[in-house]
Design a protein around this ligand. Structure first.
Ligand code: BGC
Ligand code: NOJ
Length: 813
């Protein structure tokens, strides 16, 4: 069942009912100021850090789930009827409802009783505020007198403290009101030099800033007492819970339409300019911001700029194929999710509370694979930030804090896959840009500016961290965990509530990871190539010999007859082997080892892929392992804490399904690669939204596996490495356009039935229009390639570098 449809021309998802199977959200903001907004106008807004600078309050785990947001109540003074255009929270039936989630904006329209209201929300580029344009139209044949009541509930900045420290916080709240602007200035008197404001561009008929006065102590947001009474109370908050609400009375003739621009903004004031009079905040910066959006034309102009910004980002890779679902995933929604994931990391979504984790070392490196072609400069900055949290021995903090950019001591180090992802991320940046100067940047170890080395040296330490930490079989030691945070082979936790990621990691030098071995062979050649590019041939050769050894070791000790083993545990016993009772086969080493080419010549890679299909595949995607763990295993850790079918215990992890897609393309299996792609790509799941439940325009981290009660149901949408890896799988491995060190490689691996497709790719400043045809109906193999009519040997387009458009004609066969 569908709950809306894609509008590809406007690059929007159009939702036709407020009662989606779960709140379907969107993100506003691109640089410093951000908002989350659901299809019923729920959500919140923050400046830079969702934990430390939250402007509006949002209660996770609420009942109903999605309560609290940017609410605009409409009250009809003739009938006393009141309602909200996004349906929530009043939930009065609407004669018409539509939500359009677009790139960086959301537009919600509701109509009832002869009044139509459109609520448009976005964050203009370079602006620290959310603009809400409300357009109210009288669709009836009689005059209408209505009041519009706005509502935003302020968070006392630190979201964690705001939800816990009530003995203090209920006495600190302060506001000021002047003209049509409400200022939230809690703690401004002491150590803060920032405040929030909420304005509207016309004279108001009243306001409220005290929650209890507006809502009523015993009322909910569905029946605020001011709205039911039809008159603002002009309350001024003093402690308790400050809010912002304006009342604007409108008289509309039949057919008449009026619009109002509200702004919810954030201001920082230099210490010496904080006050305009004792106790009175300096409002100049806020008024200057408000001034920028005085008129509708200002709003339209900012929307055009926002559209142009996205148009430019998305233009870097565009496909034209016969498959609308593929087109909209590749051209619009997957790259959009990649950018959002890059901006948010894992901080704020409807599954991440904004107060939890910092930025992940491995997560950030993988995220940048999905957006490096859109904004390479930001990828560069991210790479250098990440690398600065590495230690001298090549190990790395598992997480770092975005505001301080320092490693997170609470989580610490010891996730032995982490260092390798830095090689992958850096190589992706160099392949995209050709900018090898990044390797010469001086980068600190453990954020210490007095202890630095070149980025290249950091990569060297990453590579040798693996080689210096091999276990009894010559495979890499796993440490706390590898990619699978929940396979904790050295943890042995017995205390409820202990974190499996951070609880004492016994100094096991036995447990080994076949996955890390695969990852080493996968990224190692890039490191060797970088050595060669720097003229370090001896180092390159040495790296290659380590890679060859690892490949051989993996085949010798990491293959179990029909598939790759997962690991050896603390006792040196096999994990992910047919000898195990549960957890006999895992997806991760099958994907990663075959991506690395291990066992391809020997026919073992083929066997592994057949085993994946036979044992792990389901109609909704490939599960992580089988059989699921039915009980807790002290020697395996968190993986065995989840009920069968959920999360890492045999859930469909949409992050590593693309590894199988890519692995299948290594073997030339285009039909199978695309089959796996379309099983989990959200646009293909739109028709089963009642089962999938999450947004049909973005990936979720996990879909419940076949052993779960709710097989096919997704969770944790938006912020997941799934976005980047699926983007890599479809755009690079399946459609086959790959940035490489020496040019743009074209190597599609597609369903044999496809006749062809066309891709426009901006690469190092030039635009390549690549027409691929498949007259012989093969899956893989470039028979000929021409660049502007001239034959090119092989399948790598050498960068032209003239900034112009070039035609590339590729024939498969
Ligand atoms: C989740 C993992 C996550 C880890 C670290 C675990 O509970 O299952 O997916 O990576 O926590 O936050
Ligand atoms: C989510 C984490 O963010 C990621 O780092 C990890 O690889 C996966 N879960 C799998 O455990």
């Amino acid at each position: 069942m569908k709950f809306g449809q894609f509008d590809d021309v406007r690059k929007e998802y159009v939702i036709n009912t407020p009662q989606t199977p779960y709140p379907w959200i969107n993100y506003l903001g691109n640089e410093q100021f951000f908002g989350l907004i659901s299809n019923t106008a729920g959500g919140y807004t923050f400046y830079r850090d969702a934990r430390l600078r939250r402007l509006t309050r949002y209660r996770y785990n609420n009942i109903p789930l999605d309560t609290g947001g940017r609410y605009y109540y409409l009250r009809d003074h003739d009938t006393n009827d009141f309602w909200t255009p996004g349906w929530m929270p009043v939930k009065r039936d609407l004669d018409f409802y539509e939500c359009r989630h677009g790139l960086g904006y959301t537009s919600i329209t509701g109509e009832r009783g002869g009044i139509s209201v459109n609520q448009l929300a976005f964050i203009p580029l370079g602006y620290n505020g959310e603009v809400h344009r409300l357009t109210v139209k009288n669709t009836s044949s009689a005059n209408k007198t209505v009041s519009l009541f706005s509502f935003a509930e302020f968070c006392l900045w630190n979201a964690q403290d705001d939800m816990t420290n009530f003995q203090r916080n209920l006495s600190t709240g302060e506001v000021e009101v002047q003209d049509s602007v409400i200022y939230h200035k809690t703690e401004y008197r002491e150590r803060r030099n920032h405040y929030a404001f909420y304005s509207v561009n016309r004279k108001i008929d009243g306001f409220d800033t005290d929650r209890e006065s507006f809502v009523g102590l015993y009322n909910g947001l569905h029946e605020p007492q001011v709205v039911t009474a039809g008159k603002a109370s002009n309350s001024v908050a003093s402690g308790w819970s400050p809010i912002g609400s304006h009342e604007v009375k409108l008289t509309l003739a039949p057919g008449e339409e009026q619009s109002l621009v509200f702004i919810l903004g954030y201001v920082e004031v230099p210490e010496e300019d904080k006050w305009e009079a004792p106790g009175v905040i300096n409002k100049k910066p806020a008024l200057a911001m408000i001034e920028q959006f005085a008129t509708d034309a200002d709003v339209d102009h900012a929307l055009e700029k926002l559209a142009a910004y996205w148009e430019n980002l998305l233009s870097k890779y565009q496909i034209n194929s016969n498959d609308d679902k593929l087109n909209r995933m590749v051209n619009i929604w997957n790259p959009y999710q990649c950018m959002v994931t890059f901006n948010m990391s894992r901080s704020a979504s409807y599954f991440e509370s904004g107060i939890g984790r910092g930025m992940g070392f491995r997560d950030s490196n993988q995220d940048l694979l999905g957006f490096v072609h859109q904004i390479p400069e930001r990828a560069k900055e991210r790479i250098l930030d990440i690398a600065a949290t590495q230690f001298e021995d090549g190990s790395a903090y598992h997480q770092y804090q975005p505001l301080t950019k320092r490693g997170n001591n609470e989580v610490g180090t010891g996730f032995n896959d982490d260092p390798l992802w830095l090689i992958l991320g850096t190589s992706a940046y160099i392949k995209e840009t050709g900018d090898t100067s990044i390797l010469d940047e001086q980068v600190p170890f453990d954020s210490n500016p007095n202890n630095t080395a070149t980025l290249f040296e950091h990569l060297n330490r990453s590579f040798y961290h693996v080689i210096n930490n091999l276990g009894p079989h010559g495979l890499p030691l796993i440490g706390r965990a590898d990619w699978n945070d929940c396979l904790n082979l050295n943890c042995f936790s017995k205390e409820p509530g202990e974190s499996f990621q951070t609880t004492a990691n016994i100094e096991g030098r036995v447990a080994e990871s076949v996955f890390i071995a695969g990852l080493f062979v996968f990224v190692g050649p890039d490191f060797a190539e970088l050595c060669r590019m720097r003229g370090l041939d001896a180092e390159a050769n040495e790296a290659v010999s380590h890679i060859n050894n690892m490949r051989a070791t993996t085949l010798e000790h990491g293959f179990d007859g029909d598939w790759f083993l997962r690991a050896y545990d603390h006792y040196g016993e096999k994990i992910g082997s047919k000898e195990n009772e549960e957890g006999q086969i895992f997806i991760e080493p099958q994907g990663m080892c075959v991506m690395a080419g291990i066992g391809v010549e020997e026919g073992l890679a083929d066997k592994a892929m057949v085993s994946v299909k036979d044992r792990l595949d389901t109609k909704y995607g490939i599960v992580l392992q089988q059989p699921p763990y039915s009980k807790y295993y002290l020697n395996l850790g968190e993986i065995s804490t989840y009920p069968p079918g959920y999360k890492e215990n045999a859930g469909i992890f949409c992050h590593n399904n693309p590894w199988i897609m890519i692995a299948e393309t290594v073997l030339g299996h285009g039909d199978r690669a695309f089959e796996v792609y379309s099983k989990i790509a959200p646009a293909y799941l739109e028709d089963i939204s009642e089962v999938h439940r999450m947004e049909p325009y973005v990936y979720s981290q996990m879909i419940a596996g076949k052993d779960a009660v709710r097989h096919g149901e997704a969770k944790n949408s938006w912020l997941t490495g799934t976005a980047a890896w699926n983007y890599v799988a479809i755009t690079q491995a399946i459609l086959g356009i790959q940035a490489d060190f020496n040019g743009l490689k074209v190597d599609p691996c597609i369903p044999a039935a496809w006749d062809g497709f066309e891709i426009t790719r901006v690469f190092r400043g030039d635009t390549y229009v690549i027409k691929i045809s498949n007259p012989g109906h093969v899956s893989k193999g470039v028979k000929s390639l021409t660049l502007d009519g001239a034959q090119v040997d092989g399948n790598v387009i050498p960068p032209v570098g003239d900034g112009a458009a070039h035609e590339v004609v590729v024939v498969l066969g």
